[in-house]
Design a protein around this ligand. Structure first.
Ligand code: 5GP
Ligand code: MN
Length: 317
């Protein structure tokens, strides 16, 4: 379906549900918020669903969300998933989304197989927010300052403040347009990157204590046990920069941050400097992501998880 026909389809619908991936980041929440507000401006009844309440760090720009467990999928004419590379990343909404007759995916993960009826996927786009910016323009939906703020957050977080290699000339053009439309970059950078919490600082200290190096010091692995995360009461958003911190160490090619989740599994977050395609490594463990940023969940023990990761990284260096 063309993007114009898609707009006509959405125009005919009354109720729309917008979803994104579990543990949503700035791009997930920013692109979803802009689309939710944009579709509402067309007079649609749009509900935004997340698995858990949105973390404090992101609340300044995020549209009010409802919990997925309260969702009644049958009442929606369309279900839209943003920034979600694979259906299992929809968490509790996966089966409802896959069973729905009218679904749309907008995403920039090159590993996305296109699990919706209509799929808009651009693996070269640095963020889903850039794609939503294009769609809103194509559909002639005005971008308000609130929507511009949400999209700017998506662009700035998924490009690591315009630093990652996926950042293009277009990324900067979109960012410039968003500033013109009312995004306040100083305020956004301040809220996202300057204000930190004591819990985040304490988590860093804990991770640094666990730091181990493998593959001739080119792989750095840090770990946060569940008991410590509970004691310091740290959320996902506050742990967001951890794998970058490890990857940024001089001489390190891959930074891996392992977080023990409440169910005892390990969430592995990978970042690479310039050689290793971490999305391929994550995919080999049933995860996914981008060449320089990817992740997966391991149900093995901590030592087995590290051992398997070390072998996978060694084979690519
Ligand atoms: P992060 O390390 O920030 O959690 O994730 C980095 C990138 O990898 C993001 O683009 C994210 O969508 C992707 N990613 C992280 N964990 C998973 C996972 O378990 N499965 C898949 N398919 N992608 C993941
Ligand atoms: Mn993204």
């Amino acid at each position: 379906m063309s993007e114009r026909n898609l707009r006509n389809e959405l125009e005919r619908s009354c109720r729309i549900a917008v979803l994104t991936h579990v543990h949503p980041d700035g791009d997930a929440l920013g692109s979803a918020t802009a689309l939710v507000l944009g579709l509402r401006s067309l007079g649609k009844e749009v509900s935004f669903f997340t698995e858990r309440p949105v973390e404090e760090t992101y609340r300044f720009f995020t549209a009010e969300s409802q919990l997925i467990e309260t969702m009644l999928p049958d009442i929606y004419d369309w279900m839209i998933a943003l920034d979600c590379g694979a259906p299992d990343r929809l968490g509790a909404a996966e089966s409802a989304f896959l069973a729905h007759p009218h679904t749309l995916v907008v995403d920039h993960h090159h590993t996305n197989t296109g699990y919706a009826h209509t799929n808009i996927i651009d693996g070269d786009s640095a963020s889903t927010a850039e794609m939503v910016f294009d769609l809103l323009n194509e559909w002639q939906i005005p971008i308000t300052p609130e929507m511009a703020t949400a999209l700017y957050v998506g662009v700035v977080t998924d490009t690591g403040r315009f630093a990652y290699s996926a950042t293009t000339e277009k990324t900067h053009q979109v960012a410039g347009a968003l500033l013109r439309l009312g995004a306040d970059s100083n305020e956004i950078h301040h809220r996202l990157y300057e204000v930190t919490t004591l819990a985040s600082l304490q988590a860093k200290a804990e991770v640094i204590k666990t730091l181990r190096f493998f593959c001739n010091d080119r792989l750095a692995v840090g770990f946060l046990p569940r008991s410590v995360a509970q004691t310091i009461d740290v959320g996902d958003a506050e742990l967001d920069g951890m794998s970058n911190m490890l990857r940024n160490l001089q001489g390190v090619e891959v930074g891996a941050f392992l977080r023990e989740r409440e169910d005892g599994a390990y969430k592995v977050s990978l970042r690479s400097e310039r050689i290793v395609d971490v999305s391929a490594i994550a995919a080999s463990f049933m995860g996914g992501g981008h060449a320089r940023a990817a992740g997966y969940t391991s149900n093995a023990t901590l030592e087995e998880t590290i051992e398997a990761l070390q072998k996978a990284v060694a084979s690519t260096l």
